[in-house]
Ligand binder design. Structure first.
Ligand code: ST9
Ligand code: ZN
Ligand code: ZN
Length: 333
């Protein structure tokens, strides 16, 4: 398990002068219990990102405003783009490439890579490296969107500043050999800019114009700007909402939580307490397909042979974990 649950979190939550924790995690010694590192280098704001992200949100609000005036087929297409792009993140970048929770044929990987371009959340390689380092060093300075630095930082602020040096140092130690060996991921990385411009901007905008005579202006603001900003925010909500609010039945000592709000928008990625405990589970929950469209799609892919070796967690392992660290901790058994 290369990026499995961090048992050390238990030590992090333990009384501060736990010397074992300090000796094992030098990056933790600088971090107080509220997660604030007094030695953190000053924030270096990347103003271009601030402008671009703000401009996108302005355009998205305008898209929402004109939405009632656009054709119903345009709404349908926006929904289709949202789900396809979302699948490129949840099923592709997250459950397949970050966690290897199932295997996929060449054609499914190609499809997921193209759909991943539709959500423009950095190329798969970069997304996976940030995500693996997030799991392994969750809520320390090496976590790119460290939730201990507050709601805004974990939601979007981390994309507007230079990364903490620990992210780079720890990130370089993450095993990425599986991604280097994946031609489809490497192809995407080499041609990321044109691919993402085509799949995130041009295709969503042109389809309504070409097929049902929607005004280009309308489809740009609705199917690109509004849909993209919405998708980014629901994705980011897993890093912010689901690292702050919700229940923690599997591990009470970690911040990731079961968050219904995050779950609803993300095709089933809000079962975050479960996910941080069992990151290799393809369903990211023990509740079957309940509010989990991503699991449903992976099951469909498996039915037709495009996905295989789906990894799950046994009921016994889940129960043991709940008894050891979760809501059954104080029960006699
Ligand atoms: C976006 C990503 O939105 C969202 C990810 C969310 C993840 C959520 C996970 C939750 C679970 C799944 C839920 C899915 C739900 C989906 C719902 C769907 C319906 N390790 O990057 P630079 C190196 S993206 C090792 O410039 P700076 C790097 O290689 C949105 N090394 O860092 C380079 O080295 P070298 C669009 C690392 O300068 C050097 O550091 N994008 C790592 O600090 C510099 O790299 C944007 O808005 C690492 N982890 O700048 C912004 N990281 O020089 C795009 C970096 O040797 N990003 N390195 O090549 C940027 O502009 C910049 O990265 C920055 C930081 C300004 C943020
Ligand atoms: Zn997380
Ligand atoms: Zn994950």
């Amino acid at each position: 398990e290369i990026f499995g649950p961090r048992e050390k979190n238990r030590e992090r939550m333990a009384p501060k002068n736990s010397t074992t924790a300090e000796a094992e995690n030098t990056y933790l010694t600088k971090t107080s219990t509220n997660g604030r590192n007094t030695e953190r280098p000053p924030l270096q704001i990347v103003w271009l990102n601030v402008y671009l992200i703000t401009a996108l949100h302005g355009m998205a609000l305008y898209g929402l405003y004109i939405l009632p005036r656009t054709k119903p087929w345009t709404w349908v297409w926006m929904g289709v783009c949202f789900i396809l792009g979302g699948a490129g993140i949840t099923i592709g970048a997250h459950r397949l490439w970050s966690h290897r929770s199932f295997k996929a044929t060449w054609s499914l990987r190609l499809f997921l890579m193209l759909m991943n371009c539709m959500s423009a959340q950095n190329d798969i390689f970069e997304w996976v490296r940030d995500h693996r380092v997030h799991h392994k060093y969750s809520e320390t300075d090496a976590d790119p969107h460290n939730a201990k630095r507050g709601f805004f930082f974990s939601h979007v602020g981390w994309l507007m500043v230079r990364k903490h040096p620990d992210v780079r140092t720890k990130g370089k130690q993450i095993d990425m050999s599986d991604l280097y060996a994946d031609n489809i991921v490497m192809f995407q990385r080499r041609h990321y800019k044109p691919l993402t411009i085509i799949f995130n901007i041009i295709l969503p905008t042109l389809v309504p114009w070409y097929f049902w005579n929607e005004a280009l202006w309308n489809s740009f603001f609705v199917c690109f700007a509004f849909r993209y900003a919405y998708l980014l925010n629901v994705t980011w909500s897993v890093n912010s909402f689901a690292h702050i609010w919700g229940s923690r039945p599997y591990d009470e000592a970690i911040s990731p939580s079961q968050n219904l709000v995050a779950n609803l928008g993300t095709l089933g990625e809000g079962y975050h307490n479960f996910h941080h405990c069992f990151p290799q589970d393809y369903a990211t929950s023990e509740l079957g397909t309940y509010i989990n469209l991503s699991k449903f799609f992976i099951d469909c892919f498996a039915l037709v042979g495009l996905a295989y070796d789906l990894k799950t967690t046994s009921k016994e392992a889940v129960l043991q974990r709940r008894r050891r660290t979760g809501d059954l901790r104080n029960q006699k058994h």
